[in-house]
Design a protein. Structure first.
Ligand SMILES: C[S@@+](CC[C@H](N)C(=O)[O-])C[C@H]1O[C@@H](n2cnc3c(N)ncnc32)[C@H](O)[C@@H]1O
Length: 208
């Protein structure tokens, strides 16, 4: 299924799919010009705004996500812009942003799109600018064997959405045009009575 359609369908059904707060964004966001990729239901955007960036632009492939996010965040506020765009073809100039926040979006792309997305992020970041990254890692409980395999470590979920699981080696490879790369794998158990449900994520930072 077309991914835009799958996301629009999901947001029409449930606007508040993810409830957990996005914690631990770095304070360097303060006073900077930020691009958030894949705004979704705005939980990471909320945390970005709390850190008082100079300007924030948030994009999403899904018109439904953008419509909902615009309702939640003040669209009259000149310093917050929310618009439909595809990360593989960013409608921005070279070197426009200080920081790109890329949380749980690259996993929704197939391999050639992930590569294009990273190239586009590199293009729109200023020299010395940074990417702040977080996404699913190999071994996360969502990587279920019964789901259809689309590519290596990439599954098609029952809702029609693609989900990829990263290793640190793959991330170092796709972000090879960036320097000062630092990735950390974190394991947690989100449901206390279901210890077999291991949440495995990778956080990272890198610089142009
Ligand atoms: C899991 S949500 C991420 C939510 C948000 N970043 C957060 O941390 O809460 C992934 C979002 O990426 C969007 N997306 C998927 N493919 C995209 C693409 N090619 N370009 C831009 N956004 C995309 C989806 O529509 C969805 O809203």
């Amino acid at each position: 299924m077309n991914q835009k359609e799958a996301w629009n369908r999901l947001y029409k059904k449930n606007q508040n799919k993810w409830r957990m707060e996005t914690l631990g964004l770095p304070k360097i966001i303060n006073g900077k010009n930020i691009l958030e990729i894949g705004v979704g239901n705005g939980k990471t955007l909320k945390s970005i705004i709390e850190l008082k960036p100079a300007k924030v632009t948030a994009i999403d492939l899904s018109e439904e996500a953008v419509k909902n996010a615009k309702k939640k965040f003040s669209i009259e506020n000149e310093s917050i812009k929310i618009r439909v765009a595809d990360v593989t073809r960013l409608p921005f100039k070279k070197g426009e942003f200080d920081i790109v926040v890329c949380y749980y979006i690259l996993n929704n792309l197939i391999e050639n799109e992930r590569k294009k997305a990273v190239k586009e992020m590199h293009r729109v970041i200023k020299p010395g600018g940074k990417v702040i990254f977080e996404d699913f890692a190999l071994g996360d409980f969502r990587q279920k064997e019964e789901l259809k395999r689309v590519e290596e470590n990439t599954l098609l979920k029952n809702d029609g959405i693609i989900c990829h699981f990263f290793s640190i080696a793959e991330l170092k490879y796709i972000f090879s045009d960036f320097r000062n790369k630092k990735f950390t794998k974190k394991i947690s158990y989100p449901i206390t009575h279901k210890k077999e449900l291991e949440r495995v994520i990778i956080s990272g930072k890198m610089q142009k």
